[in-house]
Design a protein around this ligand. Sequence first.
Ligand code: FES
Length: 158
Amino acid sequence: MAVSLVDGDAVADVIESHSSTPGALLPILHEVQDALGYIPRDAAVRIADALNLSRAEVHGVITFYHYFRSEPPARHVVQVCRAEACQSVGADALISHVRERLGCAKQAHSADGRFSVEPVYCLGLCASGPALTIDEHLHARMTQEKFERLASRLEEQS
Ligand code: FES
């Protein structure tokens, strides 16, 4: 169940909705990120306290899974699959191109805050790689040329 920010304190609502769920950490982290776009540091502390976990344990889970963000995302988020099947068909070259093209070669976010590029590890399109998402929309059999067209459209929207 995703909780909306308009429902008040989204973090408290998510924690409360899992008060009797065994192994609630991952579902809570997913729902907080769905609601806020990332997991703020103070939310991680509240989650740790609520689940009787150490802050280091929660921080460790957040940093272990590439899916979770500790900082607000850019306006447009590109996630490039770097798992084995996509790597075998050019994902490494593709992510380098995407990062360079969007101004994210040296950091996760472009300097203007419009774009971020994140690695992910499987998008479920393993037979149609390399795969990526742009603002959560899946794109299969991506090429640098196809990405150029998509990037131009993104820039027009921004
Ligand atoms: S390995 Fe890339 S989508 Fe599965």
